[in-house]
Design a protein around this ligand. Structure first.
Ligand code: CO
Ligand code: ZN
Length: 330
């Protein structure tokens, strides 16, 4: 389990530049799929056909991660940059980023008079060891992702892109375990979630599912002095009821809860006050779909050490298989 997770979370894939992640996932899923295709945006769409008696179901896990993009280069050869998705300036100082060609850059920041303050992104720069703009090996428009090796401390798994490679892992693993299904299931490994759930929107328009489920991380309320939230690491799959972009289909929430209870899968109910997932796009595409989300609890979301618990990952896989393997009445 950890080998595949490690490969996924260490891959390069800022929003819009998911090719490397897609190349990793494709051979993992192809032997279990009836159809595999890539759409114009870059979504990897993997279909497993049912026996014709069930519903059309879309499962979405996003391949992209947050990152940065070079906006201009100073005459001394330092790269100024903008964010790709929700990059926070806290903790950028001294971070390492990697470009598509593997080149590493170090993030520095302008001098700060008042050290208790944190600079905005515009006061940070990337140092790639160039001495002038002319000899800088990186161009304006180049994207970079953060660099941090995967780390497992017992069941606590940390990486720079658990959001949402761990969701991709849950989808891959569920597909592998799903022996048969009544449903026409489309697993979408989506692009550009972090910049506004874009890939899932076009995929949902094309697939037009009856039911949609996103697999994504959610925050937790179990660390000191954090925003209060009834989600803890290690306490099971989180069944989303609401986030700031979606109110989940009540019938689907009820079904997930019943299935989890019946199969003794640890679970917790989630209300996330900030943020959303691909399920938002699925819910409102075309004429709409019954949408929900199975969330993997994650500490330090959008940091370089996003941390999940192996038991929760397993619970999410088990719950997804439980849902897809049987008929659903919503
Ligand atoms: Co995210
Ligand atoms: Zn995410």
């Amino acid at each position: 389990m950890n080998d595949l997770i490690q490969k996924l979370v260490e891959a390069f894939g800022p929003s819009g530049f998911e090719d490397g992640v897609r190349a990793l996932i494709r051979p993992e899923v192809a032997p279990y799929a009836d159809e595999v295709r890539v759409d114009a945006l870059g979504n990897l769409i993997v279909r497993k056909k049912g026996d014709g008696s069930g519903l059309k179901v879309m499962i979405a896990a996003h391949m992209d991660e947050i990152g940065v993009m070079v906006t201009h280069i100073t005459k001394e050869g330092f790269l100024r940059f903008t964010n790709i998705g929700g990059v926070r300036p806290h903790g950028l100082w001294g971070s390492r980023v990697q470009f598509a060609d593997g080149r590493i850059g170090i993030i520095g920041a302008d001098r700060q008079e008042d050290r208790s303050k944190i600079h905005g992104l515009d006061k940070h720069f990337i140092d790639v060891g160039a001495s002038s703009a002319a000899d800088c090996p990186v161009e304006v428009g180049a994207a970079a992702g953060f660099v941090r090796p995967f780390h497992a401390s017992g069941k606590f798994l940390s990486a720079k892109s658990m959001d949402d490679r761990i969701g991709c892992f849950v989808a891959i693993e569920a597909l592998k375990r799903l022996e048969s299904t009544p449903h026409d299931v489309h697993f979408v490994f989506s692009v550009q979630e972090e910049v506004g759930v874009r890939g899932a929107l076009t995929a949902a328009h094309a697939i037009n599912p009856d039911v949609g489920l996103a697999l994504d991380v959610t925050m937790t309320g179990d660390v000191p002095e954090t925003f209060p939230m009834a989600i803890s690491l290690g306490k099971g799959a989180a069944i989303k009821v609401k986030d700031s972009g979606m109110i989940a289909h009540t019938g689907l929430v009820k079904l997930m809860r019943q299935r989890a209870t019946k199969a003794s899968i640890p679970h917790q109910m989630e209300v996330l006050e900030g943020g959303s997932t691909d399920a938002r796009s699925i819910q409102i595409a075309n004429g709409g779909a019954a949408a929900g989300c199975i969330s993997i609890p994650c500490r330090y979301v959008h940091s370089q050490s996003e941390t999940v618990h192996a038991d929760d990952v397993e619970a999410c896989v088990a719950l997804l298989v439980e849902i897809l393997a049987k008929p659903m009445a919503l």
